[in-house]
Ligand binder design. Sequence first.
Ligand code: PMP
Length: 330
Amino acid sequence: MPVSSPETEWIWFNGRMVPWESATVHVMTYALHMGAAVFEGIRCYDTPRGPAIFRLDAHLLRLADSARMYRMPMPYDPGQLAAACHQVVRENRVRSAYLRPLAFLGRGPLGTNPLGKPVEVIVAALNWGTYLGTGALEEGVDVGVSSWQRLAPNTMPTMAKAAGNYLSSQLMSIEAHRHGYAEAIALDSSGLLSEGPGENLFLVRNGVLFTPPTAAAVLPGITRDTVITLARELGLEVREQTAPREALYVADELFFTGTAAEVTPIRSVDGVPVGSGGRGPVTAELQRLFFGLFDGRTEDRWGWLDYVSEAPASGAAAPPDATDPELAAV
Ligand code: PMP
């Protein structure tokens, strides 16, 4: 759920810092018509040592992987994009933010062959709070199993974080909200548990943590990987394995993970209370470790926090050029 206004002042656009209102594209942009865009969602946290971008390298690697699957040549390397992420935090003077790098195909003939079209890149910083509403992290959310299944194997790559995949997520969200749920859980094309529209799914049963494998049409989530690592730290057994829908109704605990959703407990599915109907002890412990990374209670032994320094990193875009005709209007 965005806080009052998600807007910040500057967006990094093809290597330059552009005012928010001027960061626009033409209506004939290929990506608008064909969904040809790959993107990331990354959180920057306000830590005691200053703003820190969480698992930036892993996100930029996934972005590169998504682009590679669609044969989209990235005009900027991960080092330049990392500098851009730092720059949007620094120049927007935000301490915490949701960062949105997006690579998309620009102008060009509207045929289905995307090859040869120009690849444009932006990095925006948005002001975002808790994704699934106030109280979600403590009380949990009510969800429903979607009548929409996730993409079948060999239709579209679910390992790619591509704009087109979010049409499936939108159908799930529309249905969930129509039924009064905060979020949906989807099954994959074989009817086994998959994920939420923008979250991975975890189940706890008899002290063991389960999550659907990548082959169950899930995005390989970076928060998912973080939680698996933290759970193993705790000595918990973690299994990436397929599970049937009914596992939801007998789980002791359920929770979502995602950059936006962080670690959000699920308190009911299809009107059936999960466990005792609130946040369970394993979820609470994993939340404590996860959020502890950002307030210093959990030692970052993995180098996951990328601190944003006051000084510009090498490779940062030049300051906006006031003589640029695109900026003259603002
Ligand atoms: N699945 C989908 C479909 C998503 O959009 C997201 C959010 N990026 C996730 C899972 C969680 O991934 P991450 O933890 O990397 O944000």
